[in-house]
Design a protein around this ligand. Structure first.
Ligand SMILES: C[S@@+](CC[C@H](N)C(=O)[O-])C[C@H]1O[C@@H](n2cnc3c(N)ncnc32)[C@H](O)[C@@H]1O
Length: 349
């Protein structure tokens, strides 16, 4: 097929096609005599892929990488792009929300610029929290051996003591009907989310680690995996009936945790449920007491491990959830592992 025909078929221009050729994304055969390009079915398919990826905002350079990387599938790249677009969308939503609030303030004849500035600062703070989270643990490198490394017993300090009980209790506590949707965030290799599949529930697993998601997909093909972060969950508003999470939230600081709860609330339908089992202390006094006990018994392994992460202050999370109208209840498995269950009000306030 010649360039004009291809352009017509794909609803683009010959100029754009030549541009992609110049950038090395396609290389149709050329007639040596008249220099006309000839496009095979394969070229047309490649060009359709390029046009589709451009339409969803992927840069020409990144498309080149996608097409040249034999290991990365189209699905993988779409997943990465969706996550990036959700980051932008959520940032824009925050900005629009701030504008609405600023306009509201200016409608008051006696408004002060300080009020506007404090809204701007709040927005800046949100942006920084979202931007600053980093995977300092390198979870991609944990993925292959993650399941093998879950040690149930026999350690000086064992974060996975009661791991199975905690996952089982989440499944018992969250009430879902067949056909409803459950989001497992920080899903890792899918140990929690997969337990809901047997109940006929649709499970979506979100994780920031592509390797963890690969492993999860390999073990549990029925789970829909999405790359994304607690701080910008790659789902539309009011999308799921439950959000569950195990052993993941303690990789976020307190400020980040509260923003993560806000994100969970956003994607949750009215009457939806949140259930989190994670490393946490009951409150700041409890943290002091437990850490003191570890110090007294000379358990430096415990101290170092706890200080490397952000074990939650359960009370902080409970207060936030109650303020937002959730009904909450808790369970404590041991000194460092707790569960929070929260049910969203029918009408979100
Ligand atoms: C210790 S693993 C737990 C995995 C699984 N939930 C379980 O209980 O076996 C923690 C997981 O949380 C994910 N994670 C940590 N911080 C995250 C964040 N900010 N957003 C999304 N995922 C995160 C990691 O990539 C990792 O897969």
């Amino acid at each position: 097929m010649h360039i004009n025909e291809v352009a017509k078929q794909l609803n683009t221009t010959s100029r754009s096609i030549r541009f992609y050729e110049e950038k090395g994304l396609i290389s149709p055969e050329k007639d040596e005599e008249n220099n006309y390009r000839y496009f095979t079915e394969k070229d047309i398919l490649r060009l359709s892929t390029i046009l589709a990826l451009r339409e969803i905002g992927i840069s020409v350079m990144d498309i080149k990488k996608i097409l040249e990387d034999p290991k990365m599938s189209m699905e993988d790249y779409l997943n990465v792009q969706r996550s990036a677009l959700f980051d932008k969308w959520i940032e824009i939503k925050d900005m629009i929300h701030a504008i609405d609030q600023m306009v509201e303030k200016t409608e008051d004849d006696h408004y002060s610029m300080d009020n506007i500035l404090s809204l701007a600062n709040h927005l800046k703070n949100l942006k920084n929290i979202r931007k600053n989270w980093q995977d300092k643990w390198n979870f991609d490198s944990w993925a292959d051996d993650f399941d093998k490394n879950i040690k149930r017993i026999g350690h000086t300090f064992n974060v996975h003591q009661d791991y199975d009980e905690a996952l089982a209790m989440i499944v018992d506590t969250v009430q879902l009907k067949q056909g409803e949707t459950c989001l497992d965030i920080g899903i890792g290799t899918g140990n929690l989310g997969s337990k809901f599949l047997t109940e006929g529930i649709k499970v979506i697993g979100v994780d920031q680690s592509e390797k963890m998601l690969e492993m999860c997909k390999e073990k549990h093909p029925l789970i829909e995996v999405r790359k994304g972060n607690f701080l910008a969950i790659p789902l539309m508003d009011n999308h799921v009936d439950a959000v569950v999470s195990s052993y993941a939230l303690h990789h976020l600081t307190d400020d980040e945790k509260l923003l993560a709860l806000e994100e969970m609330r956003r994607v949750l339908k009215p009457n939806g449920q949140i259930c989190i089992a994670d490393l946490m202390f009951l409150n700041e006094d409890d943290r002091e007491q437990v850490m003191g006990d570890f110090r007294k018994s000379g358990n430096t392994e415990a101290i170092v491990a706890i200080e490397d992460e952000y074990y939650a202050d359960q009370l902080l999370l409970l207060n936030w959830l109650s303020e937002k109208g959730f009904e909450v209840k808790t369970h404590q498995f041991n000194d460092i592992l707790g569960m929070i269950y929260a049910k969203k009000a029918k009408k979100d306030g």
